[in-house]
Design a binder for this molecule. Structure first.
Ligand SMILES: Nc1ncnc2c1ncn2[C@@H]1O[C@H](COP(=O)(O)OP(=O)(O)OP(=O)(O)O)[C@@H](O)[C@H]1O
Ligand SMILES: CC(C)(CO)[C@@H](O)C(=O)NCCC(=O)O
Length: 307
């Protein structure tokens, strides 16, 4: 069966025409925010791709608020403030967290009175000590390396409107979870959740993470390109590790550079690439929107689910 039959495909020009850039004026502060997030993000991409996307999200969000009100009236209940949750999925190093942060800046611009928060599912990985105890340290990122029950409980609490819900965090620099540095989510209007496992269907749970999403995005690209982005990020991690002996990458930053890159390539080939092929890519056609990126992280095509 054709996996695309439920999607409408748009090239960049067509997509951009749905919401021309001059409809929203980005001021210098907005541009500075975006550049400080990642100075290689193309402002053309922001205007051509991400602003129309935010406009579409805004329409969907208005519909969501309307539905919450209609439902409460029907059930004769007071209207409850239910957070609208956006899930972002895709490979390791495809740019999920960069897109999540960009969307939050743009959502704040279009919806200044709404509170937008973001988090990643990385913090729900088991600790390195626990992964070693289970004999799955080389399976970090695979479905069995996450505490899915804890993640589902977290999402359930946020959706139920609980105040001060804590999410564990993960540090790429420490290469481990940080139990003493939780992220506090406190009744946001919109929550963006990014992670490689956000659209996965766990076999041993009755609930899916995506059951809590009101909208989902899959970030797609050729695996060979993603490998380049993975290695570029590795290079950045080495540069920041150089002066910090507590950094996981410190020994690699001090040792032979070719050996360090050989190690990183091997991790990509033996861990992250098989994870992409076997467990992440198959979730692509569950997303409401697929963003396809090409060289330089430029978005060239978008696929919108027909519903
Ligand atoms: N739009 C973009 N323009 C330029 N560089 C980008 C863009 N998006 C991401 N990058 C770069 O690509 C690399 C991977 O991006 P990012 O860390 O956002 O990926 P990720 O999917 O969140 O990864 P992980 O799942 O491992 O946390 C980083 O070095 C980042 O700076
Ligand atoms: C933390 C994850 C799983 C997801 O972001 C990933 O960045 C990771 O660490 N993967 C394990 C193999 C590696 O070091 O790339």
């Amino acid at each position: 069966m054709d996996e695309w039959m439920n999607y409408e495909q748009f090239d960049r020009q067509t997509w951009h025409a749905f919401f021309p850039a001059d409809t929203v004026r980005l001021n210098q502060e907005n541009l500075d925010d975006i550049k400080s997030l990642n100075d290689r993000i193309s402002i053309e991409d922001v205007k051509d791709v991400y602003l129309p996307l935010i406009k579409l999200l805004q329409l969907h969000y208005q519909n969501f608020l309307e539905w919450q009100m209609q439902k409460a009236n029907f059930l004769r209940q007071p209207v409850r403030r239910v957070p609208y949750i956006i899930g972002i999925a895709g490979s390791v190093a495809v740019g999920k967290s960069t897109i999540a942060r960009l969307l939050s800046i743009l959502l704040n611009k279009l919806l200044p009175d709404k509170r937008v928060e973001l988090m990643t599912t990385d913090g729900f990985l088991y600790s390195n000590a626990e992964l070693k105890r289970r004999g799955i340290m080389d399976r970090k990122g695979f479905p069995e390396s996450y505490d899915m029950e804890k993640l589902l409980k977290f999402l359930n609490d946020v959706k139920a409107g609980e105040p001060v819900v804590k999410a564990p965090t993960y540090s790429h620099q420490v290469y481990d979870v940080q139990p003493d540095k939780p992220l506090v989510i406190d009744r946001p209007d919109i929550l963006i959740v990014e992670g490689i496992n956000t659209l996965q269907l766990p076999t041993n749970q009755r609930l899916y993470v995506s059951d809590y999403f009101d909208w989902s995005i899959y970030v797609d690209a050729d695996p060979d390109l993603i490998e380049c982005w993975y290695l570029q990020r590795f290079d950045l991690l080495l540069k920041t590790a150089f002066t910090d002996p507590s950094n996981y990458y410190y020994p690699y930053s001090k040792g032979n550079r070719d050996d360090a890159f050989k190690m990183a390539k091997e991790v990509w080939q033996t861990v992250d690439l098989p994870n992409l092929k076997d467990f992440i890519l198959p979730t692509k056609t569950r997303a409401n929107l697929i963003l396809h990126k090409t060289h330089g992280h430029v978005v060239d095509r978008l696929y919108l689910r027909r519903d």
